[in-house]
Design a protein around this ligand. Sequence first.
Ligand code: SF4
Length: 250
Amino acid sequence: MTDGRALALAYLEQQRLLGGDAVILPASEPTPGARPGKTETPPSGLPPSGVSFDPPSGDLFAADPVQQAHTLAAVAALVAECTKCKLCENRNHTVPGEGPGNARLVVVGEGPGRTEDETGRPFVGKAGELLTKILGAIDFPREQVFICNVVKCRPPENRLPQYDEIAACVPYLFRQIELLKPAVILAMGGTAAQTLLNTKQALGALRNQVHRFRGIPLVVTYHPAALLRNPNWKRPTWDDVRIARRILDS
Ligand code: SF4
């Protein structure tokens, strides 16, 4: 493990041991970790500011292959060979994510399911069809969105990814976001939200706020698979994705 990655993991672990709620700010205060020169006050009509998480970037001078990956394809190539956690043992395909390199919207889910593992593509099957409809509802064709997950290999029986698996895999996601520099991140489901915001707060408490990941606005909503189980969450999901749309339009 490189010095840069060890430092990043130590920082993440420290944040979790300290309670994991990172920094919660009132709407009127500037957000730590924000990009210099950018105002953090949400445009009028948007929900208040929430959690801000600004994990350190990897050490560009260390021999960390993830940090040395300068394209999304290079990240995907590293993922394809990865054996850093036990999820590699039963995978059929890695699922690094897909979408254009200039995507303004990045959707992050939890991890690949059965169909994703069979195809190597994220958000396919019924949940994927629903995601395509959700994106269409805010006039965002799926082809214009980068879609990925926190972990890139399928957890057995679709269980939640474990902490050590997330810690091993998250540098790929962070690097993808670093390369994409999207205008908005849509975190779908508790695992994506809690990982990207370094918090233990429940999804319900994280909704209806504009959070920040490395200064990038981040909106939290339900995972499409959860919507298939509970159609009552479709309405709040619609409210959430409209927040993302308004940020993109502002
Ligand atoms: S889940 Fe991530 S860290 Fe684990 S083997 Fe797959 S690509 Fe590597």
